[in-house]
Write a protein that binds this ligand. Sequence first.
Ligand code: PXL
Length: 287
Amino acid sequence: MKRVMTIQDISCIGKCSLTVALPIISCFGVEAAIVPTAVLSTHTHFSGFTFRDLTEDLDNIKEHWKKEGFKFDTLYSGYLGSERQIEIVRDYFKTFGGEHTYIIVDPVMADNGKLYAGFDDHFPEKMAGLCKEADIILPNLSEAALMLNEPYPGENAAPEVTRKLLKGLTKLVSGIAIITGVTLENGNFGFMGLDAKTGEFFEYGTPKVNYKSHGTGDIFASTFTGALTRGMTCFDSLKLAADYVTRCIKNTYDDPNRVDYAVNFEAELPWLTDRIKLINDTERRTK
Ligand code: PXL
């Protein structure tokens, strides 16, 4: 069985970060080893959330795993609570990364052009430094603009503006840069990417559902991570992630009893599982 290490927080209520990464990656038949960076009572869109910083534990976890000789097919980082944690994650990548290990960085820190509560203005620059270590990065438009020190172009940024941001990002990352939550030429909503090695742009989208919630970026990144680790191509993994997130958003939009802090990702897991059953393991690729 393939094994992913995912490094991000536990928001006890919020359906984001580890509480979505674990079930989704497990659905792929991939082991999810977790490195919890902090425990919050809820995600940071609630007021009065508690925050227990687990920075002091991170080096010890790393040293123990190193001693035990654990190996990982993919290293995937999401929300990190501080600049110090970014440095520690860089150490994890150095220790457990390698020729056959994908490194995926989702530089979770902002939405709607604004940094999440608790981050200062230096944070994007530090996160951009971590992106340099990655094979694949998955910022949204806000995070891409902040890391490049460009103004936020708004969620309906013109495709040529998104492409310009992607070009900037590929100066940071030697692999593949993807921007999620973008509007495409035909008005669809999805992702655009640029492969720094080939200079090729690619994109995929579906008709936009007019509903916005939290945690969708983490659901996207976790689905992508699971699919890529199981051996799907990068583009097919992104496409599956986009289709699954769209279904989660639609399901929530249609649910009169929905919560306002997250989407109904659980309701669409059976659909995802059916799609996972179609993965042909005999064609499994390595990096
Ligand atoms: O969904 C991203 C995320 C992850 N972790 C925490 C958050 C957020 C978004 O707000 O607050 C703690």
